[in-house]
Unconditional design. Structure first.
Length: 94
């Protein structure tokens, strides 16, 4: 299962979360099946987002859209985005 992992700093988590929840990229329309938002314990203004897809091509499509968002209105709510597409190799619940 392909996962798009995005990490970045935010100047204000509440402001970023409002922007994220407004969904400027249309996550569902671009194939996101599930996502998880996490915050660093050491720095609550550092955000990690894991978005799960059925295909690498869908993940690449959202990443391309996010790069446009980051260069536009996203500049006001986040800093230094980093992203990579990975494949889940193993998931175990204990």
């Amino acid at each position: 299962m392909p996962i798009l992992r995005i990490e970045h700093e935010v100047p204000d988590f509440a402001g970023w979360k409002r922007a994220f929840d407004s969904d400027p990229a249309d996550r569902k329309g671009l194939g996101v099946r599930r996502y998880q938002v996490s915050r660093s314990v050491d720095d609550p203004n550092y955000v990690l987002i894991d978005l799960e897809f059925d295909s690498v091509e869908d993940a690449e499509g959202l990443l391309a859209k996010m790069r446009r968002v980051w260069n536009g209105e996203g500049r006001n709510v986040m800093r230094n985005p980093q992203a990579r597409i990975v494949n889940a190799v193993e998931t175990i619940e204990l």
